[in-house]
Design a protein around this ligand. Structure first.
Ligand SMILES: Cc1ncc(C[n+]2csc(CCOP(=O)(O)OP(=O)(O)O)c2C)c(N)n1
Length: 365
């Protein structure tokens, strides 16, 4: 009979871990403790963060409508998760690089990618990946978790060049099951890379709930195995997301390496326009999700400071509707791309076979 291995015989503890959780505002927008982050005193900034979340929400709704009328391809909305991308995006500098996944609309918009560019991409036109302002941000990744390795690569370049820049990437909690994710956090640890991995834990990977995606208690703790810093935050509390992201960026810029930030949120929408979430989750669960959503929470906090009114809301909605409409018009009125475009940007020099095909296309054969 085997003897269980116990403390009495051979065991000693070689490491202990804990994961910290950050939250400032409760579900009704009331501060939980006394010490808010210092930026929270700046009500103009809080109003901007609120407006930026509203812009993402309005944009998403429009994208949905465009898809339903055949004017856009499959689209993944961020309803209920706006605080994540607005939070980390609002503390990125221009010279930092965002390595987005398909649900990073909020982060992209914060980093200067236009709504028209995002529509162009989801309309199936690669010109949408040619960001005019955020020149060095990578294109949107649809294959799960590949963006994490790309971000580690970008961060390696920053480190080798001795630049104080950070690569920021975002991934769904389901995506953290992929090998690419583990490889990326591992190399980020070993090489002390200036990279921030933001996990959008919206509880669902299409129809797969969190409980059967991992046996770990948190997604944040995956960082511990990689030897990088980690924190779990309330992803619907923009004060928490912004503060945690800012500290992670500062740490990376100081040469102290990577951070994994798990942002706990909830996907209030379908996975994409091709999904019907009512087939795999209950109305009650979604109702619970609405109680915690990020916009209502910040609005209530702003109202408690007398820094937001119904009139502000009305003006904001009107302005945003106009901005979104202008972006839609820009997208819809784009001339079709040339057929040769699909080969022209593929290689520095086209291989012989492709050159022949390109010439054929150019002749319109
Ligand atoms: C390599 C790869 N495998 C499978 C898919 C199909 N797929 C698209 S989204 C998705 C679930 C992702 O869930 P999660 O990572 O939690 O992100 P979320 O969409 O919830 O933000 C899967 C499996 C894919 N896009 N790429």
């Amino acid at each position: 009979m085997t003897q269980p291995i116990t403390e009495d015989t051979v065991l000693k503890t070689v490491a202990k871990f804990e994961v910290k959780y950050l939250q400032y505002l409760d579900e009704d927008g009331k501060p939980l403790g006394k010490k808010l982050p210092s930026f929270a005193k700046d009500t103009e900034l809080l109003r901007k963060l609120y407006t930026d979340m509203a812009r993402v929400r309005a944009f998403d709704a429009k994208a949905y409508a465009l898809q339903r009328t055949g004017k856009l391809g499959t689209y993944p909305a961020s309803l209920g998760q706006e605080a994540i991308g607005v939070g980390y995006g609002s503390v990125m500098r221009k010279e930092d690089v965002l390595v987005p996944y398909y649900r990073s609309t909020a982060g992209l918009m914060q980093h200067g990618v236009t709504m028209a560019e995002i529509l162009t991409y989801w309309g199936g036109d690669e010109r949408g990946s040619d960001f005019k302002y955020a020149r060095e941000d990578l294109p949107i990744a649809v294959p799960i978790a590949t963006q994490c390795l790309n971000a580690a690569g970008v961060a390696t370049a920053f480190k080798l060049r001795g630049q104080a820049r950070v690569a920021v990437t975002e991934i769904g909690e389901g995506g953290t099951s992929k090998g690419d994710f583990y490889e990326a956090i591992n190399v980020a640890g070993v090489w002390r890379l200036p990279v921030l991995f933001v996990v959008n834990n919206n509880q669902w990977a299409i129809s797969v709930p969190s409980e059967i995606q991992t046996a770990a208690e948190t997604y944040a703790q995956k960082a511990i195995a990689a030897g990088i810093h980690c924190l779990q935050v309330d992803g619907n509390d923009i004060l928490a997301v912004r503060e945690a992201a800012e500290q992670a960026l500062e740490r990376a810029r100081r040469g102290e390496g990577a951070t994994l930030l798990e942002c706990i949120s909830y996907r209030l929408c379908d996975h994409t326009t091709a999904d019907d979430a009512s087939r795999y989750r209950t109305e009650e669960e979604v109702k619970q999700g609405w109680r915690r959503e990020p916009m209502r929470r910040l609005r209530k906090y702003l109202e408690s400071l007398n820094a937001w009114s119904d009139a502000d809301e009305e003006t904001m909605n009107k302005t945003i509707a106009e901005e979104v409409e202008a972006a839609v018009q820009e997208y819809l009125s784009m001339p079709a791309p040339k057929a040769t475009d699909m080969l022209d940007y593929l290689y520095a020099e086209l291989p012989e076979k492709l050159r022949e095909q390109r010439d054929e296309l150019a002749r319109g054969e």
